[in-house]
Design a binder for this molecule. Structure first.
Ligand SMILES: Nc1ncnc2c1ncn2[C@@H]1O[C@H](COP(=O)(O)OP(=O)(O)O)[C@@H](O)[C@H]1O
Ligand SMILES: [Mg+2]
Length: 392
């Protein structure tokens, strides 16, 4: 087990800067996920951590030791790739045993048939086989040891790739989108298994994905990455509810957070999309800002006016227990998307005029440059109109 520390890692391919100074400390035993859209530099960073690629600047430490000069083998990390990278001609047993044979047997001992005659070889091979069998059993692939990759399903191949990493007992597991080749149902199941694996092993995991659901469900902390930079590193709930940056707020959450332009009218009041919200912003009157409001932060209101938005329903998406209401507001290009409990909003239809209240403390403020504007709590702590609290 080991902590990991990345210090100002930089990497460019030709003129293109792929990593622009990434610093990150990961605790011993932590499950940290690098989350970001395709092409933002996640794999490059993971490969640098593994020693498969060399950074232009910055340093990597594992377990408190700088490993910059060390080859991948010497770093005590094991990587699971998206493609699994299994050898087609090797059985599951041979695939999983390979890293152990390379480590515990000499080149001579690995010679087929002959090697077995050398002193100690048979015992070591037996120990390796036993360990492989034990690991395979723990992953539910004990009955597949004699098969080759072509005879395995996607999920089984994925388990073999994990098993091959596990037998090495690495100090750090690195996983690069290990579930992205699986179908949706299996992905959810394997997500649970990876979480359990982490709990069982207690090893540091660095996990890469572009899938926010994976990042949110698996991680102790999520590092949100965009264009070669880390925007925020925090526990999942904080990334969702308390983003530091507009781009983080917009990347996380489905449906996407609503972004509305507003302007500070006076202390404690912000004009936004035909309404006025009682929000204590740390900004002067006349300051332009952006309000981010998550779809679930809205509730049905009896009437418009301050504290509520009034618009015309463009369409309704029925999701079972929830409804997504798309509401056109005068003067706003994008419809507002609100998530309401279906049982509380049974007879809403397209074309209808609707009022949606929002609690001021659920609106996130961002500067025009996209940085989060934290604010002091509103003195009253409540919105200015009587709205049906708690009804959404
Ligand atoms: N060997 C390479 N040569 C040139 N460009 C590369 C190379 N590897 C990655 N890139 C580029 O670096 C960027 C980041 O790639 P990558 O780290 O694979 O992103 P991610 O894993 O987040 O999708 C991409 O624009 C990619 O095209
Ligand atoms: Mg990648």
């Amino acid at each position: 087990m080991a902590s990991v520390r990345l210090d100002d890692i930089r990497r460019a391919y030709g003129q293109t800067s792929v990593l622009r100074g990434v610093s990150l400390s990961i605790s011993d035993g932590e499950f940290l996920t690098l989350l970001g859209p395709s092409g933002c530099g996640k794999s490059t960073l993971l490969r640098i951590l593994a020693g498969l690629e060399v950074q232009d600047a910055g340093s990597v430490a594992i377990g408190g030791q700088a490993v910059d000069g060390l080859r991948p083998k010497r770093r005590d990390v094991a990587m699971v790739f998206q493609s699994y990278a299994l050898y087609p001609h090797m059985t599951v047993a041979a695939t999983m045993a390979l890293p152990l044979r390379m480590r515990r047997l000499s080149a001579l001992q690995r010679v087929p048939l002959l090697g077995r005659l050398l002193p100690g070889t048979a015992g070591t091979i037996d120990a390796i086989d036993a360990e492989v069998a034990r690991t395979a059993k723990s992953l539910g692939i004990g009955h597949l040891l004699a098969r080759k990759p072509g005879q395995l399903s996607g999920g089984q191949r994925q388990r073999v790739a994990v098993g091959r990493a596990m037998v090495r007992h690495p100090a750090v597991f690195l996983m690069d989108e290990p579930l992205s080749n699986l179908d949706a149902k299996l992905r959810v199941q394997m997500r649970t298994e990876i979480k359990e694996l982490h709990k069982r092993l207690g090893t540091t995991f660095v996990y890469v994905t572009h899938d926010q659901a994976e990042a949110m469900t698996l991680s102790d902390r999520v590092a949100v990455m965009l264009d070669g930079e880390l925007l925020q590193v925090a526990p999942p709930q904080q990334i969702y509810a308390d983003p530091d940056d507009r781009r983080v707020a917009e990347f996380i959450g489905s449906p996407k957070i609503n972004m509305l332009d507003g302007v500070v009218r006076e202390r404690g009041l912000i004009d936004v999309a035909g309404s006025t919200l009682a929000i204590e912003a740390d900004a002067l009157a006349g300051t332009q800002l952006t309000l981010g409001i998550r779809p679930e932060a809205f509730h049905l209101a009896d009437h418009g006016g301050p504290g509520a938005f009034t618009g015309v329903v463009r369409m309704i998406e029925h999701m079972g227990s929830d409804l997504f209401v798309h509401l056109d507001l005068a003067g706003v290009d994008q419809p507002l998307i609100a998530r309401l409990l279906a049982e509380r909003a049974p007879d809403i239809g397209a074309g209808q005029t609707l009022h949606l209240g929002v609690r001021p403390d659920r609106a996130l403020l961002f500067t025009c440059a996209g940085r989060r504007l934290r604010r002091s709590a509103s003195p009253s702590g409540a919105s200015v109109t009587p709205i049906r609290e708690g009804v959404r």
